[in-house]
Design a protein around this ligand. Structure first.
Ligand code: TYD
Ligand code: MG
Length: 440
């Protein structure tokens, strides 16, 4: 047998070092390196054998999904939770993860809600806020082994674990919420899930750096990874799927945080648009794809004479570098003088746009503000190239349909390959930025 070697593993980030050090060279935390013995190159001789199964003999009929009744959630996971699967629900603190989990727990019959963050009284208060009638088994506990034993004894269909960072096992090293504890907890949960066909919805906090529980280790271990996103002070929440072993990752769910929990938003575009505001200059409507659906969003631009030598470029919900680029294109290719103008861009509703398809709308909003021209009843879509050309964007037909559904009259878009039936909406294809500005 090979000789065991010693490594020092950081309990915070999982970094492995050959020697002990006071400070982890990877994450910079102090006093987190712990000694671990590893057996390198051990041979498989003498190990127990395992029995393979014939794939054809497996019946998938009886593994139908558990529908939670929260349509936006069910759609995102691919039509319900698969029995025996692990769903990781991540997001910033205070975004509404516990609320969403509790809400769907109250919809499903045989579910156990385990909270390491809140007392049963706090859970009750929250539940009463969401629904007056509720029947739900809750457990306020941070001892992982006790939680797992309870699950084994009671055998629920689904277990919610809120949150994985609070679960602590004496059999594992490290602090609660550290990598060692969290990975160990998910491993144990995974074993139980596969053994007893129990589904787990595991809530995980996102760290400052945007990672789930330190490094992204957890994402590899679970079947489905969902993120709940949104601005904390705006009411919209988007549930996004970034990994799904049992479906596509294309769907997103849209919710609105209300006084009685999260409400599903069936027609998001309508909510983001404000009739009165649309008549002001500096506003443009664009259409972005969220998963497989087109969403109409309002972009506001404000230009004002600059007081300092260096003009300001400020954005909310839009990439600031992209704005610099669009400003350069506007100056060079459309002959606008923006060097003495501060430019502010805001995407209404606290939504973040990261699709280049919004370029043309941002550019036209700036022109609209600068020239005080109103763009009524118009949706604008197109990516801008450096030479001022309007480039093709995918899913044009879907975007046009959504605009038509909401009663818009004009649709400015790139000159594309396809032909679109226009119906009541005027589709105005443009080749360049200058052409688009003429349509204002
Ligand atoms: P929470 O689910 O506790 O967030 P997380 O578990 O992701 O940390 O949500 C907390 C926020 O949601 C809190 O600021 C209050 C707000 N909220 C409502 O606006 N309405 C409600 O009905 C509930 C339950 C919470
Ligand atoms: Mg919570």
């Amino acid at each position: 047998m090979a000789k065991p070697t010693t490594v020092f593993v950081c309990s915070d980030c999982g970094h492995k070092a050959a020697r002990w050090q006071g400070k982890c060279p990877n994450c910079g935390e102090w006093n987190t390196l712990e000694e671990q013995r590893q057996v390198a190159g051990s041979s498989s001789l003498g190990a127990k054998t395992a029995a393979p199964v014939d794939l054809a003999s497996i019946n998938i009929e009886d593994r139908c999904r558990i529908v939670t009744g929260i349509g936006e959630f069910d759609d995102v996971v691919g039509g319900g939770v698969v029995p025996g699967s692990l769903v990781l629900l991540g997001g910033d603190p205070g975004i509404g993860k516990s609320t969403l989990a509790l809400q769907l727990s109250m919809n499903v019959k045989n579910i156990l809600y385990v909270s390491g963050e809140e007392s049963v009284h706090q859970i009750k208060l929250r539940a009463a806020r969401i629904r007056s009638d509720h029947e739900l088994q809750v457990l306020s506990e941070i001892d992982l082994d006790a939680v797992l034993a309870t699950i084994e004894a009671r055998h629920p269909e689904i277990v919610v674990v809120d949150s994985i960072q609070t679960m602590y096992s004496e059999q594992s090293s490290g602090v609660a919420g550290g990598v060692a504890q969290v990975t160990n907890a998910v491993q144990k949960i995974m074993r139980l899930a596969k053994l007893l066909h129990i589904s787990f919805i595991i809530i995980g906090h996102v760290t400052k750096e945007g990672y789930l529980a330190g490094p992204k280790t957890l994402e590899h271990m679970v079947d489905t990874v969902l993120y709940l996103e949104g601005e904390r002070f705006a009411s919209f929440r988007i549930l996004r799927c970034v990994k799904n072993r049992f479906g596509t990752t294309n769907e997103v769910g849209v919710f609105e945080m209300q006084g009685q929990g999260l409400a599903e938003v069936k027609n998001p575009s309508q909510l983001f648009l404000d009739e009165e505001q649309l008549k002001a200059s500096g506003n443009a409507i664009t259409s972005v794809m969220e998963g497989s659906r087109a969403l109409l969003l309002e972009i506001q631009a404000l230009t004002s004479a600059s007081n300092f030598g260096y003009p300001k470029r400020t954005t909310a919900g839009f990439d600031a570098n992209r704005l610099q680029l669009l400003t350069a294109i506007l100056s060079k290719r459309a002959g606008l003088n923006l060097s003495n103008q501060d430019i502010y861009i805001n995407v209404v509703g606290g939504i973040k746009i990261d699709e280049p398809a919004a370029d043309l709308a941002v550019a036209l909003a700036i022109v609209s503000s600068l020239k005080d021209a109103v763009m009524a009843n118009t949706v604008v879509v197109g990516e801008l190239g450096l030479s001022g050309e309007v480039r093709f964007v995918p899913n044009l037909e879907k975007r046009i349909k959504e605009a038509q559904k909401l009663g818009f009259k004009r649709f400015i878009c790139p000159k594309g390959k396809g032909n679109f039936k226009t119906g009541q909406i005027d589709v105005l294809p443009v080749k360049t930025l200058a052409e688009a500005i003429k349509l204002l």
